[in-house]
Design a protein around this ligand. Structure first.
Ligand SMILES: *[C@@H]1O[C@H](CO)[C@@H](O)[C@H](O)[C@H]1NC(C)=O
Length: 157
């Protein structure tokens, strides 16, 4: 009898995994950022793509955190994808920014959101830029258009 129940549980768990989830990572909760102030990247930072960069913050909450890359102006920063999920809130993470990231003309255009996995409390970096001398817009667009169109993020309302 118990083995039947286990099989049923596995089956339903499998179905749940097949349901589409727009953003599988922890979602921010609340209407204002708080805690975990982020110092790097900071104001006027330009992060080089294709090499390790240490994201640095002051941990103020227990449990794990998720880091999400944002793109766009501060008034309309669009979540791109989770850089990393469910890491200990240690105050730093070594990020390897993809060479697929479009470079910015100045130290704005990107951001990072840090989200507490336990309750959705969140914090933002300031705007920062990406440098990427090897970026080729045409090549990147043609090689990634098929996958990027299906993986485009849902814009939160
Ligand atoms: C970046 O850091 C990771 C983890 O610390 C390491 O495994 C990797 O070799 C580093 N990559 C480069 C290009 O330095």
């Amino acid at each position: 009898m118990s083995s039947d129940f286990s099989l049923f549980s596995l089956f339903t768990a499998g179905l749940a995994c097949l349901l589409p989830v727009a953003n599988a990572y922890t979602q921010p909760v609340g209407d204002a950022p708080s805690g975990n102030p982020i110092s790097e990247p900071g104001l006027s930072s330009i992060v080089p793509a294709g090499q390790n960069y240490t994201i640095t913050w002051q941990p103020t909450t227990d449990g794990t955190v998720t880091l999400v890359l944002l793109k766009g102006p501060a008034s309309n920063a669009i979540p791109q994808y989770a850089i990393v999920e469910n890491i200990p809130n240690s105050g730093s993470y070594v990020w390897f920014p993809s060479t697929d990231l479009a470079p910015t003309a100045d130290a704005t255009g990107y951001g990072i959101e840090l989200i507490c996995d336990s309750n959705g409390q969140y914090q933002y970096t300031t705007q920062f830029g990406i440098s990427n001398p090897s970026y080729q817009a045409a090549a990147a667009a043609s090689s990634s258009s098929a996958s990027s169109s299906s993986a485009s993020p849902t814009i939160p309302s």
